[in-house]
Design a protein around this ligand. Structure first.
Ligand SMILES: NC(=O)c1ccc[n+]([C@@H]2O[C@H](COP(=O)([O-])OP(=O)(O)OC[C@H]3O[C@@H](n4cnc5c(N)ncnc54)[C@H](OP(=O)(O)O)[C@@H]3O)[C@@H](O)[C@H]2O)c1
Length: 170
């Protein structure tokens, strides 16, 4: 059966104190966490806020359809699609598409209201930061999977991948 609308996922990595970013950058360097992001999102659509897009150098993430949100109607890019609101971005998708809302804080807030799946990595440390992940517990989620990655010579911190599915009816 063809789905009625695109699948909407949120993908984020947050510290134990919910920090996701500081001064426009990620507060950590975790290559295997980055690989997880690439593996899940490749071939799909990524939707991100204008500041996150600028934080990655204003270049589209390769092998993905990139949609950047900005309320500034003059904001334009030759390399990505720009939408004035999350609803407009989602309106660009076909019913069989899969979209990953990939930050930052402002976009996660809107995205949490709509998401079918939440791919949330918890980095087991606390960081100083100016961007935070919103509290997802206001909705009901079912934990489908979690995998812990221990620290090693390339990863200063342990982290755990979680896959939650939205329980509808909330
Ligand atoms: N840990 C993670 O998983 C992760 C992931 C992504 C980003 N980050 C971090 O998060 C930080 C950036 O987050 P942020 O909250 O400051 O900025 P952001 O959400 O990336 O971008 C904010 C901008 O996006 C546009 N925007 C946001 N919501 C919108 C909406 N509903 N409709 C239309 N436009 C919208 C606005 O652009 P205009 O001002 O142009 O209107 C707004 O100023 C950085 O530190 C980054 O490294 C972390």
């Amino acid at each position: 059966m063809t789905p009625q609308r695109a699948t909407i996922n949120i993908i984020a990595a947050m510290a134990e104190n919910r920090v996701i970013g500081n001064l426009g950058q990620l507060p950590w360097r975790l290559p295997d966490e980055m690989k997880h992001f690439v593996r899940l999102t490749t071939g799909h659509t990524v939707i991100m806020g204008r500041k996150t897009f600028e934080s990655i150098g204003c270049k589209p993430l390769p092998n993905r359809r990139n949609i950047v949100l900005s309320r500034n109607t003059n904001y334009a890019s030759k390399e990505v699609e720009v939408a004035p609101a999350l609803g407009n971005a989602l309106g660009l998708l076909g019913p069989a598409d899969e979209a990953f809302i990939c930050g930052g804080e402002q976009v996660y807030r809107d995205g949490l209201l709509l998401a079918d799946n939440l791919y949330l990595t918890i980095v087991h440390a606390e960081f100083q930061g100016d961007a935070h992940f919103p509290d997802p517990s206001v909705f009901c989620w079912k934990l489908l999977d979690q995998i812990r990655h221990e620290p090693d010579d390339r990863h200063a911190h342990a982290f755990t991948f979680h896959h939650y599915q939205r329980l509808r009816g909330d």
